[in-house]
Design a binder for this molecule. Sequence first.
Ligand code: NAP
Length: 421
Amino acid sequence: MRPVRFDVRFDELKEPEDGEKIEIIDGRLSVPDNPVIPYIEGDGIGPDITNVARKVISAAVEKAYSGRKRVVWLEIFAGEKGKKRYGDFLPDDTLNAIRHYKVALKGPLTTPVGGGYRSLNVTIRQVLDLYACVRPVYYIPGVPSPVKHPEKMDIVIFRENTEDVYAGIEWRAGSQEALKVIDFMKNEFGIEIRPDSGIGLKPMSKFGTKRLVKKAVNYAVEMGRKSVTIVHKGNVMKYTEGAFRDWAYEVCREEFGDKTITEDELFSEYGGSQPEGKVVIKDRIADNMFQQLLTRTDEYDVLAMPNLDGDYMSDAAAGQIGGLGIAPGANIGDYIGVFEATHGTAPKYAGLDRVNPSSIILSGMMMLEHIGWKDAAGLIFEGLKKTIEQKTVTYDLERQMEGATRVKTSEFGECIIRNIY
Ligand code: NAP
């Protein structure tokens, strides 16, 4: 079958001659031994962590495949560097390069609060239709945690990434648009909204919900996970979050009927004991889910949820296993994946070679799993785990660990590489 083509033309970017692009053949990624992988350094601490991550990833690939495979890195520009080089915080070249090469590694980008330009992170997700934000949350032994049993956490959150109140449909209080909507609501539906209100819309579609849930259930089936929990706030927002739950069950019935059972069926038909090869589909209301993650952590596995719920829950879950500095994440569409640090730009630490690069390193590990380079991914995990066991850690972990040695960002990366070799 012919590869699916995303034809692009770059303004400035030069395609590396020693690398090839990942293709899509028969609906799957076809990865050469020398794939070009674009990366965005990011703002603030971005350069400190991204470049360390690239070194660790390259070293793991070299070791895993004895030099037969390698990543050909291509820098692409966004944020401050994009503005400097292209006069644009998010140049077309950057979006086109991600489209063209299919996977990218991304450092954090600054987002102004309450005005200025729109979040570049949100824009990247929307323009490239990266509809699933995937955040695995698991414990690495030795990492300081605020809970007694952090090792009970081993979940993967699939957060819808393009809809909900994050769709970016909102108007400032007093703006013509806001006043027009307020008028419309009054005239058409007799609904009174205070005239000094800012207005935002919360669209959630059947299409958007189903493709997200499908990705989550597919993952659970392929990885032999036990359950998928649909998280929502449908008791209050019935026609958005409530519909999310209903559409989620619908897609499970339609597409995974032989591979899934509901929690009700688990008890009514199987006496509470999970049959081999079936994933249990359950649902929880979001506020309850927050406390369940703390009190019954190991009863949860894969979670699928709308955008805003997922944003909060991903960080709360990460807090339980030691915080954002250590939690990886990816934004994935049908074919394209952007793998990124889950924390922000921490501007006060920019350029100090001080912060923890684990989040982006583990995101890089996810990236290697995504392209099927699982041996290299495994080496990264083992190298990082050993480095933390040896208590050679960056300031954030050192301040909470007894007897630990504080190292710089770059030194932490070097320790991982030493442990890989
Ligand atoms: P932040 O950059 O994540 O930093 C908040 C605090 O978290 C830091 O002061 C630091 O805590 C800790 N931290 C973050 N990254 C760390 C690391 N790698 N190692 C160790 N500690 C780390 O959050 P923020 O200050 O709210 O946001 C700053 C900017 O980043 C904003 O413009 C925001 O919009 C943007 N942002 C971008 C993304 C993204 O690109 N995906 C995501 C979130 C935020 P201590 O001070 O306690 O050491």
